[in-house]
Design a protein around this ligand. Structure first.
Ligand SMILES: Cc1ncc(COP(=O)(O)O)c(C=O)c1O
Length: 431
């Protein structure tokens, strides 16, 4: 069936009447090539169908939550079984205690667990607990690092007061010296240092987990009596079955975990070490849907698969196959890619593409050929992706490279002038 997008275009028009901007937030396609579908109809395994019923091999995985494949049978069965009993009740179900026990048993930086809905809930809760624990004010975060969409951390400046970020201090992401300088500058008033397991910001090359940075962050927090928060909302369980820094021998005091725990069901968590338990018990944090049992049942089923299957090794194998295949293909067509970060969370940027004209054209060409790639956001491999899917992906990307090569480079459209602003902002953040 040939690719069409008339239904999507119609939905976008309707949405523009009743939804501000037609769509908002990270899943808005406003900064993506015009053909990118905004609305989707269904999904199964590693496949996604848009509103026009075009089928894609999906490398965005709902921007992270899909770890095991959409509609994973065991997780879906757990959801259905819990639905029969009840979901949002006057209090939590037994499953909440089971889930907390599972998290504590699986994660070395967890002596306790609290549950919420989104990553932003978990990171914001971490700021409050850290301040309650230390009685101090400053929260140190990497410049340009995404910790969510609350006023203290949202990247968008509209509607945000400087007072909202009055005690937020920025250091250069993943840079031990910059962190040491920020700690020295605010010594005596630091509640928390936030870090992510590795750099995974939009428009930028990713890094790998870095033991030097992780150990220095731990050492500085210990010396200063500050709380070390590892924000694993994006990376949890994609690098390890334990915390992402466990292999580096570094234990954060608090770890925010989101996206994957319910394999798509709405649930996130904040876990912490024993010394933080008292502060965690003292703060008032809650939400109408935080204790719903269905996402917790999905999480118990997801964690069981994480413990008992080879899902992680499969993510690594298919991720590596994709990376190697793309690198060879790009070279054969006379392009060079920058493929950075862990293979199971690929970021793919073109060398020598300052305005992303190559990346935009190529990703859009892949989308039209049934492979959903993103031109500037890190992507996600899910465990339902097979080697056959990767081979099919590479057929589409080969055709996309051929189409790109046939283009007059200077004539490639700059899809969105606003992308230039974003690129400039990203460059500033790297400085
Ligand atoms: C590292 C990190 N922290 C926090 C968040 C916020 O999570 P949510 O969008 O679920 O609020 C995200 C979302 O992408 C993230 O990647």
């Amino acid at each position: 069936m040939s690719w069409t997008n008339s239904r999507n275009a119609e939905l976008k028009q309707r949405a523009a009447q009743v939804i501000p901007g037609g769509m908002y937030g990270h899943e808005s396609t406003a900064l993506l090539p015009a053909d990118f579908p905004q609305f989707f109809r269904r999904a199964e395994g590693t496949r996604l169908w848009d509103a026009d019923d075009n089928e894609y091999i999906d490398y965005m995985c709902a921007y992270g939550p899909n770890l095991l494949g959409y509609r994973q049978p065991e997780v879906d069965a757990a959801v259905r079984a819990q639905m029969q009993l009840g979901d949002t009740l006057t209090g939590p179900s037994e499953i909440m205690v089971t889930l907390a026990e599972d998290m504590v048993a699986m994660l070395s930086p967890a002596d306790w667990a609290m549950f919420c809905k989104n990553g932003t809930d978990a990171t914001s809760m971490a700021t409050v607990i850290a301040r309650a624990h230390t009685g101090k004010r400053k929260i140190l975060v990497g410049k340009g690092v995404y910790h969510g969409a609350a006023p203290w951390c949202t990247p968008g400046p509209a509607g945000i007061l400087s007072e909202d970020r009055g005690h937020i201090v920025y250091y250069r992401d993943q840079d031990p010296q910059s962190l040491a300088e920020a700690v020295a500058a605010h010594a005596g008033d630091i509640a928390a240092v936030f870090a992510t397991p590795f750099r995974h910001e939009t428009f930028r090359d990713q890094s790998e987990p870095d033991a030097t940075f992780a150990r220095e962050a731990r050492r500085l927090c210990d010396a200063e009596g500050a709380v070390l928060v590892l924000d694993e909302v994006r990376a949890a369980f994609r690098l390890s079955r334990d915390g992402a820094w466990a292999a580096l021998g570094v234990k954060p005091d608090l770890t925010s975990i989101g996206k994957v725990i319910g394999n798509g069901q709405p649930i996130s968590a904040l876990v912490g070490l024993e010394p933080l338990r008292k502060a965690a018990s003292s703060v008032y944090v809650t939400g109408s849907f935080w204790f719903s049992a269905v996402p917790m049942a999905a999480a118990v089923a997801t964690l069981k698969i994480i413990r008992e299957s080879d899902y992680l090794e499969r993510l690594q194998r298919t991720g590596r196959l994709l990376r190697e295949g793309l690198a060879a293909q790009a070279a054969a067509h006379g392009f060079a890619l920058r493929q950075t970060g862990p293979v199971q969370m690929p970021q793919i940027l073109f060398e020598d593409d300052p305005e992303m004209r190559l990346g935009y054209f190529w990703a859009a060409a892949a989308v039209r050929r049934g492979v959903y790639l993103h031109p500037y956001h890190n992507m996600f491999i899910n465990a339902a992706l097979t080697e056959t899917d990767v081979a099919q992906t590479l057929e589409a990307t080969d055709a996309a490279f051929t189409a790109l090569k046939a283009q007059d480079r200077a004539g490639l459209p700059l899809e969105r002038p606003v992308v230039r602003d974003r690129l400039e902002r990203a460059a500033l953040l790297s400085a």
